[in-house]
Write a protein that binds this ligand. Structure first.
Ligand SMILES: Cc1cc2nc3c(=O)[nH]c(=O)nc-3n(C[C@H](O)[C@H](O)[C@H](O)COP(=O)(O)OP(=O)(O)OC[C@H]3O[C@@H](n4cnc5c(N)ncnc54)[C@H](O)[C@@H]3O)c2cc1C
Length: 460
C-alpha cells in the first residue's frame, strides 16, 4: 500500500488506531473459518461514522478493498482480507445509545457485544432474542451482517426479525439512513432488510435500531432419548402439530452423542440414534400445560426416556450436553468445519440419514447436531487440513451434503452466511437469474467493488 494512503488513514483515525506491523497484520489475516487466510496491508479502528465515511471515500477513490470486521467469529471467511487492502475493525463503536422501553427498541453502535445489549435490556425486563453461540464475543454489526440465528430461532426468529433500522456508510463514503422506530413502515424498498445479512458487501453499518421483546417469565427444559431417528423426527413434527412452538428444539445424532458423552459425562446412552433437547417458555401456567403436551407427544413417538429438569442445576446439566457438542467434535481432530445446511423441518431425519451415508461413502468423520425445530442442522466435519488426500474426500462430502440439502428443498446456510466457503454452490441453489440480480445490486451500491470483494455473490 502506498505510503501516502497509510498517511491519509493515519490522519483519519490517529496514530494509535492504525496497525501495520507484521504481527498485527497477521492477527487480522484470518477469522474463525478454517482454510482462509491472507495478509491485509493496513488495519484501522475508526471511532465514529465520520471516520468510517472518510476511510471508505479514500478507499473508493483509490480502489482499495475494505474488509469490515466485528469480532471475527463468523464461519464463512467473511472478514478474511483475501485481496489485501484494509481491514476496518468496528469494535470502538461500542455504545448502547438508547434503550427505549416505551417503543421496545434499542439504538446501538455496531461494536456492542450481543450479550451486553441483553444485560442492559434485562434491567427493563426485555430481551433481544437472537442468540448465536458467541453471544459473549460477537458484535451486533457482525450479527446483523450475517443475519445470525441461534437456539431460540424456532419461536423468536432470527436477527432479521429484530432489525428495524440502521445508519449505513456506502462505498462512496455517503451516509444513508433506513427504517426507524416505527412498527409499521412500508415507505419504499425495505433497505434495512437488504443490508441485513449482506455480509459487509454492500455498506458498513454504523448504527442499529433493534426491536426488543419482554423476557419470558418461566421456562421448562427436557431431554428425550430415541433408539430410532424417525421417532425423533416424528416427535419434532408432532410437537409443532400440537400447536406448541418451543423456544428451543435441538437434536444430536449418534456420532455427536458419542463424542458429547465422552466429553461431558452427562449419562447419554451411546446406542441412542438421536437425542432431543426441548425448552418451552412464557407464562408459568402455559409453560406447565405445554410441557405436559410435549411429554405426551414424546411418549407417543416411542421416546426411550424423557428427563424433565426440576432445578436450575438440572437445567444446566441438560444443556451442558448440547453445549458440549461442538467443543467435543473440535477436540477429535485439528480442523473443524461446522456447516449449517438447512432443510424444511419435516426433512430433518432424511437429511441426517443422507449425511450419515455421505460420511460413510467418503470415509469422512461427520457429527450432526442442530436446531431440529427450524431444520437448521450443523453437520460438523472433523479432519486435518494438512492432509491433502483426506481434504479431497472432505470436499466431495461437502459437495454431496450441500446438494442433498438443496435437493430436499433446503438452503446452503441457515445462519452462518455464504462468504467464500459456500460460494461454489450458490448457483446450484438460486439459479443464474437470481444470482445476476444479486450481482446487479452489488454493482449498483459498490461500483468499484471495494467492499468485501469476491464474497457472497463472487466476482462481479
Ligand atoms: C463457536 C461458534 C459458535 C457460533 N454459533 C453461532 C450460532 O449459534 N448461530 C449463528 O448464527 N452463528 C454462530 N456463529 C457464527 C458467528 O459467531 C456469528 O455470525 C456472529 O454473529 C458474527 O459476529 P462477529 O462480530 O464476530 O462478526 P464478524 O465475524 O467480525 O463479521 C461477520 C460479517 O459481518 C461483516 N460485518 C461486521 N461488522 C459489520 C458492520 N458494522 N457493517 C457491515 N458489515 C459488517 C463482516 O465483513 C463479515 O462479513 C458461531 C461461531 C462460532 C465460532
Amino acid at each position: 500500500m502506498q505510503s501516502q494512503i497509510i498517511d491519509a488513514l493515519t490522519k483519519i483515525v490517529g496514530q494509535e488506531y492504525i496497525l501495520t506491523s507484521p504481527e498485527d497484520l497477521y492477527s487480522y489475516s484470518y477469522d474463525a473459518t478454517p482454510g482462509f487466510q491472507n495478509l491485509p496491508e493496513a488495519v484501522v479502528r475508526p471511532a465514529n461514522t465520520e471516520e468510517v465515511s472518510k476511510i471508505l471515500a479514500l478507499a473508493n477513490t483509490n480502489k482499495i478493498p475494505v474488509y469490515t470486521r466485528g469480532s471475527g467469529t463468523n464461519l464463512s471467511a467473511g472478514t478474511c482480507p483475501m485481496q489485501g487492502g484494509i481491514v476496518m475493525v468496528m469494535t470502538r463503536l461500542d455504545k448502547i445509545i438508547e434503550l427505549d422501553s416505551a417503543n421496545l427498541v434499542a439504538v446501538c453502535e455496531p461494536g456492542v457485544i450481543v450479550g451486553d445489549l441483553n444485560t442492559a435490556a434485562a434491567k427493563f425486563g426485555l430481551i433481544c432474542p437472537p442468540d448465536p453461540g458467541t453471544v459473549k464475543t460477537a458484535t451486533l454489526g457482525g450479527t446483523v451482517s450475517e443475519n445470525a440465528g441461534g437456539l431460540r430461532g424456532l419461536k423468536y426468529g432470527v436477527t432479521k426479525h429484530y432489525v428495524m433500522g440502521m445508519e449505513v456508510v456506502l462505498a462512496s463514503g455517503e451516509v444513508m439512513n433506513c427504517g426507524g422506530k416505527n412498527v409499521k413502515d412500508v415507505s419504499g424498498y425495505d433497505m434495512t432488510k437488504l443490508f441485513t445479512g449482506s455480509e459487509g458487501t454492500l455498506g458498513v453499518i454504523t448504527k442499529l435500531i433493534l426491536k426488543l421483546v419482554p423476557a419470558p417469565e418461566a421456562k421448562k427444559s427436557m431431554m428425550a432419548v430415541f433408539k430410532n431417528l424417525d421417532d425423533a423426527g416424528n416427535s419434532v413434527s408432532g410437537i409443532i402439530a400440537a400447536n406448541i412452538i418451543p423456544a428451543t428444539l435441538e437434536i444430536m445424532d449418534n456420532a455427536t452423542i458419542k463424542v458429547a458423552e465422552e466429553y461431558s459425562k452427562v449419562g447419554l446412552p451411546l446406542d441412542a440414534e438421536a437425542v432431543l433437547l426441548i425448552e418451552v417458555d412464557g407464562n408459568p401456567i402455559v409453560v406447565e400445560q405445554e410441557a405436559e403436551k410435549v411429554l405426551n407427544v414424546l411418549k407417543a413417538n416411542n421416546a426411550f426416556s424423557v428427563q424433565i429438569a426440576k432445578t436450575a442445576a438440572e437445567v444446566d446439566k441438560l444443556w451442558a450436553c448440547r453445549r458440549a457438542a461442538l467443543p467435543a467434535l473440535n477436540k477429535l481432530r485439528t480442523t473443524t468445519y461446522c456447516e449449517d445446511a438447512t432443510v424444511p423441518r419435516s426433512m430433518v431425519p432424511k437429511f441426517l440419514r443422507a449425511v450419515q451415508d455421505i460420511a460413510k461413502r467418503n470415509n469422512v468423520q461427520i457429527g450432526t447436531f442442530g436446531h431440529a425445530g427450524d431444520g437448521n442442522m450443523h453437520p460438523t466435519i472433523v479432519c486435518d487440513i494438512r492432509d491433502k488426500v483426506e481434504m479431497a474426500r472432505v470436499e466431495t462430502a461437502m459437495d454431496e451434503m450441500f446438494k442433498a440439502a438443496v435437493d430436499l428443498g433446503g438452503t446452503l446456510s441457515g445462519e452462518h452466511g455464504i462468504g467464500l466457503g459456500k460460494l461454489q454452490w450458490m448457483e446450484y441453489q438460486h439459479g443464474p437469474v437470481t444470482i445476476n440480480a444479486m450481482k446487479a445490486i452489488k454493482r449498483a451500491l459498490d461500483p468499484n467493488l471495494i467492499l468485501n470483494p469476491g464474497k457472497l455473490v463472487g466476482e462481479c
